[in-house]
Design a protein around this ligand. Structure first.
Ligand SMILES: [Zn+2]
Length: 412
């Protein structure tokens, strides 16, 4: 019993055409016309398998394939439907298609699982509309109340609530459509790796041990603007000099205070007035720290704060530090990981256990249920770009592992 490469290829080929930027990568934002078309295609496929299908109040695609015992908790399988702007054809949707394919295989082999299988295509994972990630899963796990949707605004200032209503959804339904802990046995997500580890080491499968948490902070150094020619070097309050000292020390801070898995990035910097012949008055930059281990992230963060204050004092500058986001690291379920590992070993697939540096809906789901994540390789480690690619052979291998994992989980 195995998944079909031809069907997976056809599904991905069909859905990648639903893009608002043809020829320039895949752009399929939640609540767009392309999103609706992709969902309609999947809904037709799901109905042909005898599944019950609905789109919930926040736009998550939800289907159920009935098991023998309706009073048992369901096994969820899926990923997200949306993309970033000019993204690729594999991020997210590969996991939704793999879930669909797994159910097709169950149907064609007349396998009646004990548990009902729930297929889920999460909405708004990427943060493309509202600048915040994993909103679809946060809403259905109760992390965001329906009343809060009126306060979340898109880039045009329209509220999430209004966007949902305009796209024909009913956000009022959300409160009764929540997923309850007791109704779910576990969640399985297949996803492309979005990094280079599997491809570089020629591995077929990544078993995700955990999803890194994030601490994102904004650092602002305030000095004094003055004439670049007339101000002596010893009388300056140059914010950019201090900022550059802090930024260039971040690597050492991670080495000295983090673990081998800790990463930190200064990816954004703003300089004011940003004029070639004026001493910088104000420099703001972000620091993004990630790891599975919360203590490691906190140690790095503490030292970044200490060091920023020390350097600012040295130059007699002001330093403000504020938190932008903070997510804790999430461990996946060890029992499910062991099941996946046994399957991968028995099939003779090359694999490794790894962390996910990127956030996923599974991290949100882990708060209410046991989760397992299977990674398949991303060619050259590229993702969120039009060149994003995963071979269909790799997707099939991952889907077969997903199928077998689901069947083993069903027998527990
Ligand atoms: Zn994704």
């Amino acid at each position: 019993m195995e998944t079909s490469l031809a069907r997976i290829k056809k599904d991905i080929g069909t859905i990648q055409k639903f893009t608002s930027t043809p020829g320039q990568g895949c752009t399929r934002f939640s609540y767009s016309i392309e999103d609706k078309k992709a969902k309609n295609y999947l809904i037709d496929e799901m109905i042909s398998l005898g599944m019950d299908v609905k789109i919930d109040g926040v736009g998550n695609l939800r289907g159920t394939y009935k098991g023998q015992c309706e009073n048992l908790p369901i096994i969820l399988v899926g990923s997200h439907m949306d993309t970033v702007k000019h993204g690729g054809s594999f991020d997210g949707i590969t996991g939704v298609i793999a879930a669909l394919e797994v159910i097709r295989v169950l149907k064609e082999n007349n396998i009646n699982t004990k548990h009902t299988i729930g297929l889920i295509g999460f909405a708004e994972e990427e943060g493309s509309n509202f600048g915040a990630t994993t909103l679809g899963s946060k809403v259905i796990t109760g992390k965001i109340a329906s009343s809060e949707l009126k306060n979340i605004k898109n880039f045009e200032g329209k509220s999430y609530y209004e966007v949902l209503e305009e796209s024909g959804l009913n956000p009022e339904n959300i409160d009764k459509e929540r997923l309850d802990k007791k109704d779910i046995l576990g969640m399985l997500e297949l996803h492309i790796e979005q990094s280079i580890v599997l491809d570089k080491n020629n591995l077929s499968i990544g078993i995700v041990k955990g999803i890194a948490g994030t601490r994102t902070y904004g650092v602002e150094i305030i000095g004094e603007s003055n004439h670049a020619g007339a101000t002596p070097m010893n009388m300056r309050k140059d914010a950019l000099i201090a900022a550059s000292e802090i930024i260039s020390h971040v690597n050492d801070i991670v080495k000295e205070n983090g673990l081998s898995t800790t990463v930190a990035t200064v990816g954004k910097i703003e300089c004011h007035p940003n004029v070639s012949n004026v001493i910088a008055e104000k420099v703001g930059f972000t620091i993004d720290i990630r790891d599975l281990d919360d203590y490691a992230m906190d140690r790095v963060l503490k030292e970044v704060i200490n060091y920023s204050n020390r350097i600012s004092d040295k130059y007699e500058l002001k330093c403000n530090i504020r938190q932008i986001t903070s997510f804790k690291g999430t461990k996946t379920c060890e029992k499910i990981n062991n099941i996946i590992e046994d399957i991968v070993k028995s099939r003779g697939y090359s694999y490794c256990k790894m962390l996910s540096g990127a956030v996923h809906d599974s991290a949100v789901m882990a708060e209410i249920t046991d989760v397992g994540m299977i990674f398949v390789p991303s060619k050259d480690g590229k993702s969120h770009v039009p060149e994003e690619y995963t071979s269909f052979e790799d997707i099939k291998r991952g889907s077969d592992v997903l199928l077998e994992t689901l069947l083993k989980l069903d027998k527990i």
